[in-house]
Structures are given as C-alpha cells and as structure tokens.
Design a protein around this ligand. Structure first.
Ligand code: 13P
Length: 252
C-alpha cells in the first residue's frame, strides 16, 4: 500500500517570516493527520526557518531544485549536501517552470536525479506534456520520454525511493485541472513505463503525484484514482486552510 504524499511547492513566494506564519497555522490544522506524508518546499531562503518550525512534527522539508555538482564555481547554485544539512528530505527536480524559463532539459534532470539519490535526497521528478502536445495526441509519448530519460542509468535501489509528479503544463496555474480520468490514464502509463524500466514490484511501490490546479474541491476525486498517490500543489499550498483541505482529500 502506497502512503499518499502531498507536497506544497511554494515556488517564488513567501519570505522566511511569511513562511513561518503559514507553517504555524498549517501545523495546527493538520496535527491529527497521520496517514498522509506532508512535504513543504519553500524557496531556498526560507528553508532554514521552515526547518526549525516543523521540528518535532511529521511534516517533511523539500527544496525546489539543486545542482548536480558537490561544490565549486557555480554561482547561484546549491548542492545536495547543503539541502541535507538544512533538514531537507526531498527535492523537486525538472519542474516545467525550470524547463521553460531556466533551460532544464531531460539530460540535466537526469544528472540531478542521480546526484540527489546518491546523496540521500528523494527526488520528486516532474514530468508533463504541453497543451499542443496533448492536442496532437502525444501526451503519453512525451511523458514516456521524460520518465525514461530522467531515470536513465538510475539503479533499481535508487529508483524505488523516488517520487514522480505528473504535472500537465496546461493545468499548472491555469485553473484547468486534468479530470481524474485524464490524470489516471497518464499515471497508469507512467507506472507501466517504470515496470518496464525496472520491474512490477518497484513500479507498484513508487508514488506518483498529480499536479496542476489542485484545490480542496477537486483533490479527493483525483486522489481516489488507483494510480494517483497524492499531489504536488502550487497556488493552493500558499494558504494554510486550502492546503490542509487538499491534504485531507488524500486521507484514506
Ligand atoms: P498550481 O497548483 O498552482 O497549478 O501549480 C502546480 C505546480 O506547478 C506544482 O508544482
């Protein structure tokens, strides 16, 4: 049985002070939730403050990106070790916004996934098709290519710890949520690809999140699908009440 995982990707929002205020409120609202893994992914500048604030709770910390080198002349970048020492367990990799605005490719995602796993971080590997790719009937093919290339050369022992997030680009921040059926179709395809890359047991164990305009009103129907194991939430994770509502939607 896969434990659902709901992560808040705050993107470029919240100062450290604002982050703490949000976490204080959220902790109160979800203090009784045990059967859902909750992850907060604030910007780098708020990681330390959030890390302190969630100490002693079941809430986990994640970063929104990292570089694959261990250290060196890479201005603006942060390493896996830097994230680990702040208490991060997860790192989002290959988000479509990084692919669109910052030149992330399947190849760079692959290098980052390998480094994250070797360092002991759990990557949340983001994949998803653009609107024109869905319209031309290529959604599954695009996602298959992204998954296959992200996991290229990743050993079984690493892959089984990873999380995959299916985020159709057309659903991110648009209010156009994928229907539960549309999402389930791609999720089950991703699981099938993972079974081919590794084996059925590994594929059955990997958690696959849905992301794209999740709200408290649509979360439960999405999470009820057989191959949807929680969500990666953007906008609705910036308010404690709506994020808590979504987390409750993943309770079994
Ligand atoms: P929204 O929930 O704002 O659509 O963002 C989804 C997302 O990109 C999470 O990583």
């Amino acid at each position: 049985m896969r434990r659902p995982i709901v992560a808040g990707n705050w993107k470029m929002n919240k100062t450290a002070q604002e982050a703490v205020a949000l976490v204080v409120e959220l902790k109160e609202l979800v203090s009784d939730v045990k059967d859902v893994e909750i992850v907060l992914c604030p910007p780098f500048t708020a990681l330390e403050a959030v890390s302190r604030c969630i100490e002693g709770s079941d809430i986990c910390l994640g970063a929104q990106d990292m570089f694959w080198e261990k250290s060196g002349p890479y201005t603006g970048e942060v390493s896996a070790e830097m994230l680990l020492t702040l208490g991060c367990k997860y790192v989002i990799l290959g988000h479509s916004e990084r692919r669109t605005h910052f030149g992330e490719t399947n190849q760079t995602v692959n290098r980052k996934v390998k480094t994250a796993l070797e360092s002991g971080l759990v990557p949340i590997v983001c994949v998803g098709e653009r609107l024109e790719e869905r319209r031309s009937g290529d959604a599954k093919k695009v996602v298959e290519d992204q998954v296959t290339r992200a996991f290229d050369g990743v050993p079984l022992g690493g892959a089984e710890r990873a999380v995959v997030a299916y985020e159709p680009v057309w659903a991110i921040g648009t209010g156009l949520t994928a229907t539960p059926d549309q999402a389930q179709e791609v999720h089950s395809h991703i699981r099938q690809i993972l079974a081919e890359l590794y084996n059925a047991e590994v594929a059955e164990g990997i958690r696959i999140q849905y992301g794209g305009s999740i709200k408290p009103e649509n979360a439960r129907d999405l999470f009820a699908q057989q191959d949807i194991d929680g969500g990666l939430v953007g906008g609705a994770s910036l308010k404690a009440e709506s994020f808590a509502g979504i987390i409750r939607g993943a309770q079994l």
